[in-house]
Design a protein around this ligand. Sequence first.
Ligand code: MLT
Length: 411
Amino acid sequence: MARINDHYLKLAAGYLFPEIGRRVRLFQGENPDAELIRLGIGDVVLPLSPAICDAMHRAIDELGTEEGFRGYGPEQGYPFLREAIAEHEFKRNGIHVDADEIFVSDGSKCDSGNIQEIFATAAKIAVPDPVYPVYVDTNVMAGRTGMPDAEGRYAGIHYLPCTEENGFLPKVPSEPVDLVYLCFPNNPTGTVASAAALKEWVDYARETGAVLLYDAAYEAFIAEEGIPHSIYEIPGAREVAIEFRSFSKKAGFTGVRCAYIVIPKELRGTDAKGQPVEIHGLWSRRHSTKFNGASYPVQAGAAAIYTPEGEAEVRSHIEYYMTNAKIIRDGLTQIGMETFGGVNAPYVWAKTPQGKSSWEFFDELLNKAQVVGTPGAGFGAHGEGYFRLSAFGKREQVEEAVTRIRDRMIG
Ligand code: MLT
């Protein structure tokens, strides 16, 4: 029999969202008539906008012709998309990112999970707590940790507590680490970081040689002025940071799949002899070995969000979801629940009432209100006692969820 990768056996439990799915299916089996409202996983519900659909249709029609047929595309992404991203996401906002520093992929989950591969197994990682579980689990699989403790914290990972007291902002560690995962607007807490807070991280990384893995998958949901959308708005960040961006939530691509990583050419790691190595080249090598590029119609659809019609349609979807976030936040606040986030992010982070545990509240919400949320403890030990509701729902369902929580949970 083939020897397996023992590190997989350290994984504390099932991946969070499948575990929620399992509990929901069990409930549905026992209550087939229950009308569930799903505000758990952040999955979009609005149909793709017409500009995106038109572009994808045109691309498919092209592929059906002699002249327009394309086989393998460039692994890093078609120039038309990389150039559109560089222009509209960065240059237009005064941020220096070149098109050839952008690597198009099939999703940020894969990108943020795969990036650790190009760093040493001995690399020490730091993660906020609570955190998007992919950052942790992929490092466990790669053998960078020991076993988890009773609260699910893995030996060998440096956890950065994000609590109400520190405004859910991770503080720079006092000990040196090699890789730091940051996510703003934050999943799960919905909080954002100011330029001053991000500068502390960039300064830390420049002083210690750490690399920042900056997940900006939710940047399009920032509504307030003056909040950085990109780590590269901070001077010096090009030398120390990789940024992850996604079309999933911004343009409704959770099922279509398209995202990208930015790796500036200035960014360096070191080899075993301490000699500097360009990270951009390593990722390019990895990408072209393990990936054959996102499909042409998908990239054509993604590029359509940078047309005037596409931009307006995407903006209106974002406004729809952010109105949902406000309805959730206001609704929960009115019934006395303490809430965070939901202003610059499509997630509302709420304190569970009467000191209930996250999973207790999850089960109660499911059973009494037939609303599916996400237990904070599933994102880490410091998520215990909190609960996340996603704003990615149909308006009438979001309104109904708030009413049910008020009437069935509290009232
Ligand atoms: C979430 O609900 O946290 C996200 O949808 C998960 C993901 O993007 O993979």
